[in-house]
Design a binder for this molecule. Structure first.
Ligand code: DGL
Length: 350
C-alpha cells in the first residue's frame, strides 16, 4: 500500500471516529406493539403486533444515524395488551443499568400503545436518572401506507438527544407531540393523535427535528422519586374495579379473595360508588387491603372532602392520577407502606 493511500485511510478512520465521538449514544429498547406490526397488505386494517425485530424497525429510519449512535436491544416482542410486571421490572432495571453508564446519553423504548401510558408512568416513578427516556409507538403497522412508526421513531430519537429534554421525566413522543408520563392517556382507539395529556396539556411539540417545550411536569419523577425496584423481583397485586349504576360487591369480594393487596376504583363522578360497593371496600380496608378512589371520568381530579369521608373509611383519593396510573402508583406505594395517609401523600406528589 502506497504511503498516500495509508494516510487517506487513516484520515477517513479518524474522521469517522471523531464523528461517532461527537454524536450522542441512544439505546433503542424494543418491546413489540403495532410499531413492530405487519399486515397482509399495505391497506388491510388487520395486522399482527410484535412481528418485526428492533433491527428491522431501525432499518426503516436510517436518518437517525445522522443524529445519534444507535444501539438496538430486543427486550420482548409482544402486543402491549400482554405487558406485565416481569417486563416492567426487566425494562426498569435495564434502563437504570444503561443510564448509569457514562457512554449512554438517552433511551428510546418502542412499545404498543394499548398500555404505553402504564409503562411510561411506571418508568417515570422508577428510572433513577435525569437522562431522557422516551417511549414511542404507532397506530399503523410498519407495512401500512403512511405508517406513522418511522416518523415517530425519528422524532423520539431527536427529542431524546436534545439537551432540553434532560430532567423532564419519562415522555411519550408521537404524532409530532411530546407528552408527559404524569398525565398520559390513550384517548382514541384508531387515530394517530390518540395520546393526550387531558388534564395538564402536552409538554411541547416536535418540529423540524427539534423539541419545542411549553411546559414542565410539576409532579415528582425519576431522580426525585422515592421508589426503587433494584431489589424487587415482583410487584404487589392491585386490581381496578369499575363502578356504574347498580354495581354490587361482586368484584370487590373477588379481588379480596384472590389476595389483592390494593384496589383502585374507577368510580362515577368524583370517585363515587354504590353504597354496596363502598361497604365492601370498607370491609376490605379492615382486612388490610389498601383502597384508592379514582374516577372513570377523563378530566378533573378525584378529590378528597366531597361526598365520601375517606378518613373515616381509610380510603385515599387519586387526585389527578387516572385509574390505570393509580394502579401503577399504588403497586409501588405498597412496596413501601400500607398507611392510607402516606399513600394519600404519594397521590398528591406523583
Ligand atoms: N396490540 C396493540 C398494542 O401492542 C396495538 C396498539 C398499538 O400498538 O398501536 O398495544
Amino acid at each position: 500500500m502506497k504511503k498516500i493511500q495509508f494516510i487517506l485511510i487513516a484520515l477517513l478512520c479518524a474522521t469517522f471516529i471523531a464523528n461517532a465521538a461527537q454524536k450522542p449514544t441512544v439505546y433503542v429498547l424494543a418491546t413489540g406493539g403495532t410499531i413492530a406490526g405487519t399486515g397482509a397488505t399495505q391497506v388491510a386494517a388487520g395486522y399482527t403486533a410484535g412481528a418485526i425485530t428492533v433491527d428491522q424497525l431501525l432499518s426503516a429510519v436510517p436518518e437517525i444515524k445522522d443524529i445519534a449512535n444507535i444501539k438496538g436491544e430486543q427486550i420482548v416482542n409482544i402486543g402491549s395488551q400482554d405487558m406485565n410486571d416481569e417486563v416492567w421490572l426487566k425494562l426498569a432495571k435495564r434502563v437504570n443499568q444503561l443510564l448509569s453508564q457514562g457512554d449512554v446519553d438517552a433511551i428510546v423504548i418502542t412499545h404498543g400503545t394499548d398500555t404505553q401510558e402504564e409503562t411510561a408512568y411506571f418508568l417515570n416513578l422508577t428510572v433513577k436518572s435525569d437522562k431522557p427516556v422516551i417511549l414511542v409507538g404507532s397506530m399503523r403497522p410498519s407495512t401500512a401506507i403512511s405508517a406513522d412508526g418511522p416518523r415517530n421513531i425519528y422524532n423520539a430519537v431527536a427529542c431524546a438527544v436534545d439537551k432540553s429534554s434532560i430532567g423532564k421525566g419519562v415522555m411519550v413522543v408521537m404524532d409530532d407531540r411530546i407528552l408527559g408520563a404524569d398525565d398520559i392517556s390513550k384517548t382514541n382507539t384508531l387515530s394517530v393523535s390518540t395520546f393526550q395529556n387531558p388534564n395538564f396539556g402536552e409538554l411541547g411539540i416536535m418540529y423540524n427535528g427539534k423539541p419545542n417545550y411549553s411546559r414542565e411536569s410539576m409532579k415528582r419523577h425519576t431522580t426525585k422519586s422515592e421508589f426503587d425496584v433494584t431489589n424487587l423481583d415482583k410487584l404487589p397485586q392491585v386490581e381496578i374495579i369499575l363502578s356504574y349504576s347498580n354495581a354490587t360487591d361482586l368484584f370487590v369480594n373477588a379481588a379480596v379473595n384472590a389476595g389483592a393487596k390494593g384496589i383502585v376504583t374507577a368510580g362515577v363522578g368524583n370517585g363515587n360508588m354504590t353504597t354496596v360497593m363502598q361497604n365492601a371496600l370498607a370491609n376490605a380496608v379492615k382486612k388490610g387491603v389498601a383502597v384508592v378512589r379514582s374516577s372513570r371520568i377523563t378530566t378533573g381530579p378525584t378529590a378528597q372532602w366531597d361526598e365520601i369521608d375517606d378518613d373515616a373509611l381509610g380510603f385515599s383519593a387519586s387526585w389527578f392520577v387516572n385509574p390505570y396510573r393509580s394502579r401503577v402508583l399504588l403497586m409501588l406505594a405498597l412496596t413501601k407502606t400500607t398507611d392510607y395517609k402516606e399513600i394519600q401523600r404519594m397521590f398528591t406528589e406523583y
